[in-house]
Design a protein around this ligand. Structure first.
Ligand code: ASP
Length: 299
């Protein structure tokens, strides 16, 4: 029997600042089975803030229009630099991130869709490098995983990629490693070697693909709510929590515009019958909501 395997995906609010990074670290280290960690780009720290992905889109536009590039670059670097500083990580990792961004900007091409994907992907890629650096700084055996080397191969539909079937076999090899693997969400590579992203919110899709590829016991999706609720908790007071859904119910809800998971994230785990557990980074003791093949199946 294989050892228990958990894929844990952390969304943008779970990585918005150093305090959130520390919570992610606690959660990752709390269970030795949590070896596959998928990360989003840093999200909003409060309702007036801007997600790093949106800052990167601003940077892509600044490059295209050749206007305010320095300020747009600084806005992105600053988000990572403040997290690195608060985690006492030293300046080296910030230089790595800045150099990475400058390198991407230098690859400006007339294919704007392709260029924008290259920049958008930097959000998750550098977030993963920063999480890996943080875990290493406290002596953990963690490593950043390069989606190209690992085999996250996608169709070349910029901004709306689909996974290519042979990715699963390639990604399955990650199970041979004994590190805590920090995998950037949201993007992969085309067969021509170009960076391509899923549609917005696509780190959920990365998590689903990885969970299916390594045959995870559970796909844990850490966000900022204790449960999935029957109504939006930001709009309705004390909405009814829903502890269990079937895939089918979840699919119907996402057609109805109920956004919990990216609608393409379920398909890979659906085929393998892997349960999804929506959980709260800010309250990891809450059991969260399970999305399961059917309600009688054991979890
Ligand atoms: N950072 C990307 C976005 O904002 C992907 C994700 O967070 O899942 O859309």
């Amino acid at each position: 029997m294989q050892n228990r395997r958990l894929v844990a995906k952390f969304g943008g609010t779970s990585l918005a600042d150093a305090g959130q990074f520390a919570k992610v670290k606690e959660i990752v280290l709390a269970d030795a089975a949590r070896k596959y960690v998928v990360v989003s780009a840093p999200g909003k720290r409060d309702s007036n803030d801007t997600k790093v992905t949106d800052l990167l889109i601003n940077l892509a536009v600044a490059c295209r229009d050749n206007e305010n590039k320095e300020a747009a670059l600084e806005a992105v670097v600053e988000r990572y630099a403040s997290i690195a500083k608060d985690l006492h990580l030293g300046k080296e990792i910030v230089k790595v991130i800045k150099d990475d961004l400058v390198g991407r900007m230098a690859k400006y091409s007339d294919n704007y869709g392709m260029f924008e994907d290259l920049l958008k992907a930097a959000g998750e890629d550098n977030s993963a490098k920063l999480v890996a650096c943080y875990l290493q700084s406290i002596g953990e055996n963690a490593e950043y995983i390069d989606p190209k080397e690992a085999g996250m191969i996608l169709s070349n539909e910029f901004g709306n990629a689909q996974v290519l079937p042979h990715s699963y076999e390639l990604l399955a090899k990650l199970a041979e490693r004994d590190t805590i693997m920090i995998f950037p969400g949201f993007f992969g590579y085309s067969e021509d070697g170009d960076v391509v992203t899923f549609s917005r919110g696509g780190s959920d899709v990365t998590g689903g693909i990885l969970a299916a590829a390594v045959n995870a016991d559970v796909y844990e999706n850490f966000t900022d709510v204790d449960f999935v609720y029957a109504a939006n908790p930001k709009l309705i007071e004390n909405p009814f929590p829903i502890p269990l859904f079937t895939y089918e119910e979840m699919r119907e809800l996402s057609y109805a515009g109920f956004s919990v998971l990216h609608e393409e994230a379920l398909a890979p785990v659906y085929k393998k019958g892997i349960p999804v557990n929506i959980r709260n980074t800010n309250n990891p003791d809450a059991p969260g909501t399970f999305i399961v093949p059917d309600k009688t199946a054991p979890k």
